[in-house]
Design a protein around this ligand. Structure first.
Ligand code: CIR
Length: 255
């Protein structure tokens, strides 16, 4: 959770065609851009050098850059998104990461894996199988991480939940924020767990970036729990990304 850099991508006009599990109306681009600017400004306030990439109109979901790669101190791994409309986003992220890393590995397939299903903690890399991440994708990542001496543990994403990290985030080396439904699976045994408040499951997708926890605005009981546990919380508007099942972690790669 200590980083020097973040990579983001601004949303474009095509955002109205972004993938969503349930249609709750078209996202408003102007409001989304305002939220996005607040997100980037908060990362900068936390000490990040932020690379802001331009919109990719051919890829409506490209602002959710987290799904295209896994960034670790040892190197970066380019993912292979399970959503067909998102596969091509990776080629646009590849040169950005090749400029920053000496070691860039690639998930070649046939499996699929998206960054939203990967939670890196102080001791292991947790990967949730989901509708976007399959056994072959996880196995290919495990082989790469073995080279870097990083243990990978496969876990399950709750049914109907887009990504593993839709329901959890890392708060520090041994603490996670999790929904009750995910924590109930036992996947965080040995970690300190702070649960989202009832009815505030959508607050689980937060990020710890240096001194701040960035979380979606509108979840006061969970924000209060985090503050009481000693975290410095920044609430960022997320109403428009939420219409596309996106949240705080999806909007950046952190390295
Ligand atoms: C998608 O369905 O792929 C996008 N609309 C949302 C991606 C959210 N990404 C993430 O949770 N890491």
């Amino acid at each position: 959770y200590e980083f020097t850099r973040a990579i983001t991508r601004r949303p474009g006009q095509s955002i109205i065609r972004g993938l969503r599990a349930v249609d709750t109306g078209a996202p408003d681009l102007d409001l989304m851009l305002a939220h996005h600017a607040d997100y980037v400004a908060t990362l900068r306030e936390a000490g990040a050098t932020v690379t802001e990439l331009p919109p990719l109109e051919d890829f409506p979901d490209a602002l959710f850059v987290e799904d295209t790669a896994l960034c670790l101190p040892e190197g970066a791994v380019l993912m292979r998104p399970g959503a067909p409309s998102r596969l091509g986003e990776v080629a646009h992220m590849a040169p950005v990461l090749r400029d920053l890393y000496a070691d860039v590995r690639v998930i070649e397939g046939p499996g699929f894996i998206e960054g939203g299903d990967i939670l890196t903690t102080g001791r292991e890399v947790l990967v949730g199988r989901s509708a976007r991440t399959d056994a072959a994708g996880v196995a290919e990542l495990a082989t790469i991480l073995k080279d870097w001496g990083r243990p990978l543990r496969e876990v399950a994403t709750p049914p109907g939940v887009l990504h593993f990290k839709t329901d959890c985030s890392l708060l520090d080396g041994e603490t996670v924020l999790s929904t009750e439904r995910l924590a109930a699976s036992g996947c965080f045994e040995g970690y300190r767990v702070i649960l989202t408040a009832d009815g505030e499951e959508a607050a689980a997708n937060a990020i710890r970036f240096n001194r701040f926890v960035l979380m979606a605005a509108g979840f006061p009981a969970t924000a209060e729990r985090l503050r009481r546990a000693g975290y410095e919380v920044r609430e960022i508007g997320n109403s428009e990304c939420a219409k596309l099942d996106g949240g705080m972690s999806c909007l950046s790669l952190r390295l």
